[in-house]
Design a binder for this molecule. Structure first.
Ligand SMILES: O=C(O)CCC(=O)C(=O)O
Length: 213
């Protein structure tokens, strides 16, 4: 399987109208991205958020950029301040902005300048249930989602929750972009299998870039 993904590196695979998988797009940038992530995590460490219903999320999260996505008993929202330390979220590193803009352009969405980067850390067993990204003001901008480290199975459905969901295997360096008619597509991640990746160890990192404000 790994050889198949390596052979596909640089290939754009359509998922749905307005949605593509850019196989291996972030491979060349992964070391600087992960190095920059260290500084982000130093300033705003990973934490397990609580859903409005009171459940602890299995995925650990932090943010960088002008706005950060947060969840607590009061609901889901974007906040310019990290509620754990009362300070603005760390600035979005230039390498993050550059990669997100380049991936969006490659997917057919020029001029993408995200103001929010949600960083998700999956340890074995962590999952993200099917959801839509709808807390952003302007849905004209796409979502750019970068996978680093352990492989995962991404679930990609349609705008209606009942639409058929496809399973998309993602590996280190893959980037999924969805916008236009797919901007409100349901998506999620299956429970992460255990493993050890040379770049991240026993976890998967996902960077989700959005224009939130
Ligand atoms: O981890 C992923 O690949 C997807 C993350 C995601 O769906 C989200 O942050 O909304």
């Amino acid at each position: 399987m790994r050889d198949l993904f390596e052979a596909e590196e640089g290939v754009t695979l359509p998922l749905a109208p307005g949605a593509v998988l850019l196989r291996g797009f972030a491979c060349g940038d992964s070391a600087p991205l992960l190095a920059e992530l260290q500084s982000v995590v130093c300033a705003s460490p990973f934490r397990h958020l609580v859903t409005p219903g009171g459940y602890r999320m299995s995925v650990a999260m932090t943010n960088c950029g002008r706005l950060g996505w947060v969840s607590d008993r009061a609901g889901y929202r974007y906040d310019p301040v990290d509620p754990d330390n009362g300070k603005p979220w760390p600035a979005m590193p230039a390498a993050f902005l550059g990669l997100a803009g380049a991936a969006a352009l490659q997917a057919g969405f020029p001029g993408f300048v995200p103001d929010a980067c949600l960083v998700n850390r999956y340890e074995p067993g962590a999952r993200l249930s099917l959801h839509q990204d709808r807390d952003e003001h302007d849905h004209r901008a796409p979502i750019v989602s970068v996978s680093l480290g352990l492989p995962a199975v991404f679930l990609f459905g349609g705008v209606a929750r009942t639409d058929k969901t496809r399973r998309v295997p993602l590996v280190h360096g893959d980037v999924v972009v969805w916008g236009g008619p797919s901007r409100l597509a349901h998506h999620g991640v299956r429970p992460l299998d255990d493993g050890d990746h040379p770049a991240t160890g026993r976890c998967r990192i996902n960077l989700t870039f959005r224009k939130a404000g």
